[in-house]
Design a protein around this ligand. Structure first.
Ligand SMILES: [Zn+2]
Length: 529
């Protein structure tokens, strides 16, 4: 076994000590901050001189050194006003704090600090309260690789897996949809996506089967049926299907719980309640038009303020939130002003939107492939001349998006938004990862797939969040053990987590070679070490 990296150990130790102070209040590089950093470092380095070494010869009390309780002890020695003379600082005793089960090394912490380090991680199976008993643990030697949180898809559609919306509506019966949905979920997990917020088109059926261990897949946050008015982005009918508000559910989309046509405040409330009853963790509405759908211009302002409020009212009653498909600035602003917490696509994001988002505590998720010259090759678009035309005008209108996101740094979450089967969606997700990093930077992109996305899914609330025991998207004490171990450093090279410069021309792949370990909830789904 290789020795623990002393740098990593003490970075964690120092950060643990500093965690107890309101550093952000003191300010970056203020005298007080620098004083506390120096004091924390002196104590960590004193410990290093005694406890770190080759494990063949010494027992390194790694758990003690990196324990929060031990940091508390060291913090008590620090005088916030006065420097401690180095000569009086001796190594302390981390040994009594060896009982923590998990060493925590993050590549990006929840405040955006990048810390890249790997050693070993012990994951306990069983109840956290059984600490004193003999418990079964897996010990993995990280061997200098990067340990990071499992990835989170912020806006995907597992059940949207035909070549186009018309194909899903007309050619796929429930069993084909179900089996293809499972295949997509499994492929996502094996690409490192341990959590998936489904942005509409499915209830909680597959989620329940995954959670019960019947099949393997990511944790799913389903939105239930898309809710939208007649002729909207949520309307999958063909031209000859009768109107559903007047004649009832006649499309496969609505019969199978994928779409819910709602043309009034009352119907929207019914749709939202129906979704929650079916196990949705949040509600998805279509407040503007889209590109891949047949009847709606993307500029369409589909829902009024009252209608948006109706969805928000039901969501709030469940302690949850509303996500809304919104392209145009008008629709984005209207959503924010009426309680929507998650903007989907939000292509006309700018300074006004950024300000309002911050005021309201809102998040956004955007598919960066919308800016690719290859967008028109997506089958759902290329198979429909109307969609192809819409895609072209949309791209022209969203020209400043990337610049604005880089400038205003909103709470931004990754989305690949793939409508298609396993092979095409794997390619699209890989390319989306690449584009996110290329346009927004590796650090920002990684946060959007992990910690920020973890905050977003947790907005489903204390009552409805199915995974409420700890945070997702971070590596820290008390967080879910959804972890990846990868060769290389994704902060420098996004391809190590699957990012691919090629989209349609990428060769089909079977897993990601550099992703050596995939763990969800402490269970290993892949280990090629
Ligand atoms: Zn979508």
């Amino acid at each position: 076994m290789s020795p623990p990296s002393s740098g990593g150990t003490h970075v964690v130790q120092i950060l643990n000590i500093l965690e107890g102070y309101p550093i952000s209040e003191y300010g970056h590089n203020s005298a007080k901050t620098i004083h506390l950093m120096a004091e924390a470092m002196k104590r960590a380095y004193a410990d290093r001189s005694r406890y770190l070494g080759d494990e063949d010869f010494v027992k390194v009390p790694l758990k003690g050194l990196t324990s929060k309780k031990y940091a508390e002890v060291l913090r008590k020695e620090i005088d916030p006003e006065k420097a401690t003379p180095s000569a009086t600082i001796a190594p302390n005793n981390p040994l009594p704090y060896e009982s923590n089960e998990t060493t925590h090394f993050s590549i990006v912490d929840k405040f955006g600090n990048a810390v890249s380090n790997t050693y070993t991680i012990n994951v306990k199976s069983g109840d956290a309260k059984t600490e004193k008993k003999q418990v079964k643990v897996n010990i993995i030697d990280g061997g200098g690789r990067t340990l990071m949180p499992g990835l989170i898809e912020g806006h995907g559609h597992l059940q949207m897996n035909g070549t186009s919306l018309a194909d899903i509506e007309n050619n796929r019966n429930w069993e084909e949809l179900a089996t293809r949905t499972y295949a997509k979920a499994h492929a996502a997990l094996m690409s490192g996506f341990t959590t998936w917020r489904d942005a509409g088109g499915m209830g909680a059926g597959l989620k329940k089967s995954i959670d019960a261990g019947v099949v393997d897949g990511p944790r799913i946050y389903p939105s239930g049926a898309f809710i939208g008015p007649t002729g909207s982005h949520a309307d999958f009918r063909n031209f000859t299907t009768p109107n559903e508000t007047v004649y009832g559910a006649n499309s496969a989309g609505s019969r199978l719980g994928m779409t819910f046509t709602a043309d009034s405040v009352d119907m929207i409330k019914t749709g939202a309640r129906q979704n929650y009853m079916q196990g949705a963790t949040q509600i998805k509405i279509m407040s503007s038009g889209g590109v891949a759908s047949a009847f709606d211009p993307w500029q369409l302002d589909a829902y009024s303020a009252e209608e948006i409020q109706a969805a928000v009212e039901v969501a709030n009653a469940y302690g949850s939130y509303v996500m809304s498909h919104a392209y145009s600035k008008k629709s984005i602003i209207r959503c924010l002003e009426n309680g929507v917490k998650s903007l989907e696509h939000a292509f006309m994001f700018d300074g006004d939107v950024a300000k309002l988002m911050e005021e309201k505590g809102a998040y956004m998720t955007t598919n960066m492939h919308a800016f690719s010259p290859e967008l028109g090759k997506i089958e759902a678009i290329s198979s429909s001349p109307a969609s192809a035309r819409k895609a072209a005008t949309a791209q022209a209108a969203f020209g400043n998006f990337v610049e604005n996101v880089n400038k205003y740094q909103p709470k931004f979450v990754f989305q690949a938004d793939c409508v298609g089967g396993v092979e095409s969606c794997t390619k699209q997700m890989d390319h989306e990862i690449f584009l996110s990093a290329k346009f927004l930077g590796n650090h920002f992109a990684l946060k959007s797939m992990t910690s920020v996305a973890g905050e977003l899914v947790a907005m489903s609330g204390d009552v409805l969040n199915p995974y409420y025991d700890g945070p997702l998207g971070v590596v820290e004490e008390g967080a879910y053990a959804d972890l990846l171990l990868v060769d290389g450093n994704p902060l420098e090279d996004i391809t190590v987590i699957g990012g691919s410069e090629k989209w349609f021309d990428a060769p089909p792949r079977d897993g990601i070679e550099t992703m050596r370990v995939i763990m969800k909830d402490g269970r290993i789904y892949k280990n090629t070490l």
